[in-house]
Structure formats: C-alpha cells, structure tokens
Design a binder for this molecule. Structure first.
Ligand SMILES: Cc1ncc(COP(=O)(O)O)c(C=O)c1O
Length: 395
C-alpha cells in the first residue's frame, strides 16, 4: 500500500457535537474538514489511505432574496462551490482515490464532463498517481484547463457524452482497458464507482447535522443521476440507523434538453430513457441512462419527484444567485435552484418547508456562461483619477 501523501488521522475519532451526535472529527493540523469525518459511514478505508484536500464541510447559507421573493421562508443553499477544486466532485474523488491507495492501484482512468476530471486530477496529483481523463464532447474549457493544470492527461472522443451509443462504447472500452492494466476506472456514478460515490453521500450527513429538524426537500441536479442518488442514499442510511429526523424528499432536477430521469420520474415511469442531449448546461449533458433507474426508485421512495427546467431558467437562476445572493455558480450548479423556483411557482413547495438547493460547482468553471451574465457590463478605462467621480452615481 502507498503510504505517502495521505493525511494521517488520529484514531480513535472523537464525536462531533452535533444535535444528532453522528460524524467524527479528525485531528490533522491545518485541515479541519474532510469527508473522513464520516469515516464510520464510508467503505472501510485504512487511516493512511484516507486522502483529503479539505473537501466537504461546505457552508449552508440561508437565502436572503430568492427565498423571500418566492414566499419560501426557509430556503438554503449548500455551497459545494467551496470545495478544493470548486465542485462537489471532490467528495467523490477523495473516496475514489482513497480506494486506489488502499488497493495499491497505480493508474487512474476516468471519464468526465469536467468536474469529475478536475477533482480526480487534483486528488491524483496529491497522491502522486497518473490520471487519464476522457472528456465529453463540448466540455467547458476551464474545466479542461483545470485538469491539465493538475497534470492530468486528457482526450476527447467525438460525440462522447452527447450520444448514448458512443458514450456506452467509451465506458465499455475503458472498462476493458482498466482490467487489462490493473488500473482503476472512475466514473462518478454508482454503476461504475460505488466506492467513490459513497463519499458524495456525506452531503446528506452534513445537512442532517446542520439543520435542527433536517430539511424537508433537497433539490439536486442530475446528469447521470449519481449526485441525486447519493443524497437519497445518504438520508436513507441515516433513517435506517435511526439518526434522521423527518423524511427528506430528494428532488431530481434536469434541463429539458437532457430529460433522461426527471420526466420519467415525474410521470410515474419506472425506467429512465436515453436521449440525445441538447442542453447547453455543461456537466448535465449525459445522454445515457447511468444511475437513472435507481434514482427513480430512490426519489419515489423518499417522496421526491422530477423537475424539468429550460436552459434559460438555469441561466437566470445562475444570474440571480450571483446578483441577489452573492453566490458564484456555474450553470449546472444553479440548476437545483432553477428547479426549486419552478417547483414553488407550480405550488409544489409549502411556504414553511425547509428547502435546500445544492449549488454544486463554482462559476469560474464555465467561462461562456459568465460572458453571458456580464454581456451588458463594462469596465471603462478613465483618462484621469478625477473622472472617477462621474462614474459613481450619488446614492
Ligand atoms: C456541477 C455539477 N453538478 C451536478 C452534476 C451531476 O452529476 P451526476 O452526473 O452525478 O448526475 C455534475 C456532473 O458532472 C456537475 O458537474
């Protein structure tokens, strides 16, 4: 087993003073948060393999304007944007790379629409492991740049991610290659990487610990559905252990242009449907059914449903988060918020419900969407310092 680059944890872990009493703390100097705080709920991992860059422990912020404007008294945002590589996928990468270290695997193969690749690239860099990422056709450039900056090798396959057939063929090819090279293949979905996905379940553990009576609804965005499923499984695990308060409805939000899960879930189908993705929301362009059938089962079991939103509604939610809440999200990250806005307008959410939207990725990830947001803004160059007065209007 590789012992370097891992943050040593101090066994035995001490309970954190949560209202529900679950979760453990680690005593690594300088790092106060980590998914390993919940090691007791994660797949068994030797302490020396528990790699961390300080993922998780993300802020839960109460809405200042969007909630009140909708008549929602208790709307919260879980800011996954603050994770080390800027998205919730760091929870996945920490658990996935830890499983590689525990098994002595020396090569990471992965597929990604951007954020998984960036997260795995970061954690592989920290672990000193090579990382090769097949990126989806049309992935946001800044996500690719981030992967390369961490030293990952990346490549693209035409129509991968957009076309269900090509996507499945790439997954199968990589699975064969991983087996032949004794490599780990990480795709952020239960179907392919259940050990890594267990790391994402920590979002549910944190929310249950942070909100006194727990949330009523948690809105999560879906590409392949892993994120939604992780939240649902996390709450389900707490319920099984008698650690949850009231039941939590996990809500699955998708752009209309990638309706693989949300529509079938809402309409009573038991199966997700592959599609040809047309949405421009990078990260949620997942044409094939990956965890979709399980998402439908899990959301239905906990009382959640599917919500479809237009790309325009997603971009609007992204801009509202920035301008009304001070939260800088990429479009995929704001999709949960677009879903909650639509759900409230449709009368689905009670005004006194405690609603959490997971804001899953930071705005820097998708430069095109930032350009769209600031289209009308300008940064003039002034000839002289005296000209500043004309620029700033009196209040
Ligand atoms: C920011 C962001 N949010 C949500 C998702 C959805 O993840 P999943 O494919 O697990 O549904 C992704 C996927 O890449 C993402 O990048």
């Amino acid at each position: 087993m590789r012992l370097v680059h891992c943050v040593p944890l101090a066994p035995p872990a001490k309970p954190v003073a949560h209202k529900s009493g679950f979760g453990t703390t680690q005593s690594c100097p300088g790092i106060t948060m980590s998914i390993w705080r919940f090691a007791e709920f994660l797949p068994e991992t030797p302490a020396e393999a528990r790699i961390t860059l300080g993922e998780g422990g993300t802020p839960l912020v109460r809405s200042r304007r969007i909630g009140p404007s909708l008549g929602l008294d208790h709307l919260y945002f879980k800011l996954e944007t603050t994770n080390p590589s800027g998205s919730y996928k760091d929870r996945f990468a920490a658990a996935a790379v830890a499983s590689m270290l525990a098994r002595g695997q020396k090569l990471c193969l992965a597929t990604s629409s951007g954020n998984t690749g960036a997260a795995l690239a970061a954690y592989c860099a920290a672990a000193g492991l090579p990382c090769f990422v097949a990126v989806v056709d049309g992935a946001a450039r800044n996500k690719l740049r981030q992967m390369m900056a961490y030293g990952a090798r990346i490549y693209s396959v035409r129509r991968f991610g957009l076309d269900a057939g090509v996507t499945t063929a790439v997954f199968e090819r990589l699975a064969r290659l991983a087996a032949a090279r004794s490599a780990a293949l990480h795709i952020s979905a239960y179907r392919y990487s259940p050990l890594g996905m267990a790391g994402v379940e920590t979002i549910a553990y944190e929310l249950a610990a942070e909100l006194k009576d727990g949330p009523d609804h948690v809105f999560c965005q879906a590409g392949g559905g892993g994120m939604v499923l992780a939240a649902a499984r996390g709450f389900e695990q707490l319920r099984r252990l008698g650690l949850a308060g009231r039941p939590v409805a996990v809500e699955c939000v998708q752009p209309e242009g990638n309706n693989t899960i949300a529509g079938p879930l809402r309409d009573g189908d038991s199966q997700a449907h592959p599609t040809t993705s047309t949405t421009k929301v990078s990260g949620l362009q997942v044409a094939s059914v990956i965890d979709g059938d399980d998402v439908i089962r899990a959301c239905r079991a906990c009382g959640g449903t599917g919500h479809l939103v237009s790309d325009a509604a997603v971009f609007d939610a992204q801009a509202r988060l920035a301008r009304e809440e001070g939260i800088f999200s990429e479009p995929a990250g704001a999709t949960s918020v677009a879903g909650a806005i639509a759900a409230r307008k449709a009368g689905y959410l009670r005004s006194d419900a405690t609603v959490v939207c997971c804001v899953t990725g930071i705005g820097f990830k998708d430069e095109a969407s930032v350009e769209r947001m600031i289209e009308a803004a300008e940064c003039p160059t002034l000839d002289a310092p005296d000209d500043i007065d004309c620029l700033v209007p009196p209040l």
